[in-house]
Ligand binder design. Structure first.
Ligand SMILES: *Cc1c(COP(=O)(O)O)cnc(C)c1O
Length: 355
């Protein structure tokens, strides 16, 4: 199927690669030479193309600018030991994007458009996949509503694009997080399960308040009672209590993270007891107080693991055990990096190899 897709290519005359200094870029602020674009008209994805990364013009009345009918994905590619490109679980991102599309009344992407476009883009810009330790190529697929119409209804036309952004060594400082008891990221019947742009816009204000109070991020709790923990910022959240791994169940209000799934698979392999269920704030605070809570961390594509150093609940700061002593999350971080970069066997066939 993928081979049947026709992609028209317009290449840059001068690559910007020589201007790239990976030691000196902020995550998400520099872009490879090309991007993939496809348009949706009359029920069909058409005009698949690879073109130079550049601005494009749009009408001020373009639907997405007003009502945020937009979805995105985020994934990474790495340099393998023999010069091949390794893409981490891209089909999972493809499937999740189509689930987001259903919730936002957007058309499904055929696999040959998402995967075919991604592969061709990576082959075109393969020089942009960095190979120093700890570096990666961040990949951003997204879809926007493009009707020139400001009535509120699902757009009839859409654009799907993929661009990539080389990322230097991404180290997440251990974070201070505050348990949020008023604002919500998601609620039953809402859009929390979708990677929809509007969700992130809505989270900025509560996150800003937390930052003004001296925290990096929030721990989101359920929108109905604020008693149960859902996510940490834009990451899934996990706790290690004794030899158990606790994490909130994915569903309507907890995004189904691919990093989280990968971490849980390794945890199971290593003999930890995984409990995916409702987790109350109360049981976490009790576990901190009685010394059984060993680790708390967020999981997501950007950082893989973000250790949590401090949890604030109802005005009290709780210090967690030091990061050096965290056996599980440090081990899982190393194992995942080794798999993603092809240094150890990819025993779950997570990597897509692009030659
Ligand atoms: C993207 C995202 C995650 C993490 O998903 P990964 O597939 O692991 O990157 C978790 N929570 C939210 C709200 C997200 O948007």
């Amino acid at each position: 199927m993928i081979e049947t897709l026709t992609i028209k290519k317009t290449l840059v005359s001068n690559s910007k690669l020589s201007e790239l200094n990976l030691d000196d870029i902020q995550f998400g602020s520099s872009y490879s030479d090309h991007m993939f674009v496809a348009d949706y008209r009359d029920g069909e994805w058409i005009d698949c193309r690879i073109v130079p990364f550049d601005n494009f013009s749009m009408s001020p009345a373009m639907a997405v600018l007003h009502y945020s009918q937009s979805i995105f994905e985020g994934l990474k590619a790495y340099s393998g030991p023999n010069g091949e490109i390794l893409v981490f679980r891209p089909v999972d991102n493809f499937l999740r994007m189509n689930e987001s599309a259903v919730r936002m009344c957007m058309p499904a992407l055929p696999e040959e458009v998402f995967m075919g476009g991604l592969l061709e883009l990576l082959k075109t810009d393969k020089q942009w996949v960095p190979n120093d330790e700890g570096t990666s190529l961040y990949i951003r697929p997204f879809m926007i509503a493009t009707d020139e119409f400001i009535g509120v209804r699902p757009s009839k036309t859409y654009r799907f694009m993929i661009f990539t952004s080389p990322a230097g060594v991404y180290y997440s400082e251990p974070v201070r997080v505050k348990v949020e008891k008023y604002y919500s990221r998601a609620f039953p019947g809402g859009t929390g399960a979708a990677k929809a742009g509007g969700n992130y816009a809505a989270s900025l204000y509560p996150a800003k308040l937390a930052q003004e109070a001296g925290y990096h991020q929030l721990i989101w709790t359920d929108g109905l009672t604020h008693k149960f923990i859902e996510e940490a910022g834009t990451m899934n959240i996990m706790f290690v209590i004794g030899d158990r791994i606790l994490t909130s169940k994915v569903g309507e209000t907890v995004l189904d993270g691919i990093t989280k799934r990968s971490v849980l698979q390794l945890a199971t392999e290593w003999g930890y007891r995984v409990e995916e269920r409702d987790i109350s704030v109360k049981e976490i605070i009790e576990a901190i107080e009685n010394g059984t809570l060993k680790e708390a961390f967020g999981t997501g594509t950007a950082a893989t693991i973000a250790h949590i150093a401090v949890i604030n609940n109802d005005g009290t700061d709780y210090e967690l055990p030091s990061v050096e002593d965290r056996k599980f999350s440090n081990r899982v971080l190393k194992e995942l990096n080794d798999i993603k970069t092809g240094q150890i066997e990819d025993r779950y066939q997570w990597n897509l190899v692009v030659q």
